[in-house]
Design a protein around this ligand. Sequence first.
Ligand code: EPU
Length: 428
Amino acid sequence: MVDEVVRIVGGRTLAGAVAIAGAKNAGLPLLAASLLTDEEVVLHRVPELRDIGFMGDILQKLQGEFVHSGGTVRVRMENPRGNPDYDAVRLMRASVCVMGPLVARRGEVQIPLPGGCVLGARPIDLHLRGLERLGCSISLRNGLVHVAARRLRGANIFLGGRHGSTVTGTANVLCAAVLAEGITQIQSAACEPEVVDLCHLLCKMGARIDGIGSPTLTIEGVGRLHGAEHTLIPDRIEFGTFLLIALITHSDLVLPAIESVAHGALLDILAQAGASIEVGPERTFIRGSACELRPVELTTLPFPGFPTDLQAPMCALMTQAAGISVLTERVYPSRFSHVAELERMGGHILLEGPSAIVRGPTKLSGAPVTATELRGGACLYMAALAAEGESVIRGVEHVDRGYENFDAKLRSIGAVVERECLGQRLAP
Ligand code: EPU
């Protein structure tokens, strides 16, 4: 892989409208759900992202047809054969989303156990416990988890863990339960809009699911599922990131209309921070130019709480608020790899257990920095856009996993963003 870096000249005011892509974290489990049928599944508004490409590769290696063109993916998994390999899971943890669908479809799957990552330990014990309750036998050997079931049978399953519910764990158990015999009740199911989107696709494919959007899902198993066509929900984390970009650069931006239910916690925190946001039926208008930022105290929690995926971007923003902010992580207590990088740009941040204590306002200055994960990368882009002078961000491949055309979108609203291979400038 070519090592790319991004150069950003900060301090510019941005202006204009930004389009928001389909949600990555809906796209991945929905693509995996295509394994539940031998008919074609067509998904629209699928973002062009590295992670979506990884999932496409996995489906192709399982002998399926996968075509992504103009935002539409056509997948047909007529007779899935093989198993994801270690590299697939190492490159993208969400590869585990194929586990539930594959065991439901063909009674067996073998998948490398994902290890920890930069966000922390990230076990999959809840996924496995849920599948076990449905009648799967689970064994671990040579780093591979083998999940097998002669017959899946409905069961009562509790999916809450130390850090709350599990998003991809709920997706896995749900995908297995829709083809299980009898009734399954999942308690403490994740309520994230991306799980709701998965339920909607599954229902279009013929599944019977009650309680969609609530922590208790009741599933009546069916004999088979059929093909379906579906449009992904917009990416709420990309949307939130652009709201925060408007605020950190004191810019006025126009974003598409939103379902405010999906953004309740963010809108509430931003109101406390002094932001003025007009949420209209046609568009959302954020007036960053008129905002005197105030500090906030926030805690990340499973939906409808404040999303962990916006904690790092919020950390960048709070370096500009006048006073002390406290950002506490309850989902991934060690998701703070961005903090040391923000400090290199002049941020004053103290890490105290699972909390970042940010003292602002700080004049940030451009610096070479490194992203080690997707949202930490977005946080560094934000800091660089606000900083005086030039920043060079390494590790931008993490950002490409989850933000579609991020550089081009930023340039279209006036940011100075250039990408280059180490030693060689790339045309914008
Ligand atoms: N957990 C367990 N056991 C499990 C599963 C999870 O203890 O079996 C713990 C995790 O370690 C964590 C918490 O439960 O502390 C929540 O993890 P969850 O399983 O909900 O996370 P995930 O499904 O692996 C998805 C998103 C993440 C997002 C989290 C939390 C996808 C593909 N990924 O991950 O997205 O941060 O939910 O909302 O949907 C990102 O987009 O940057 C990203 C990391």
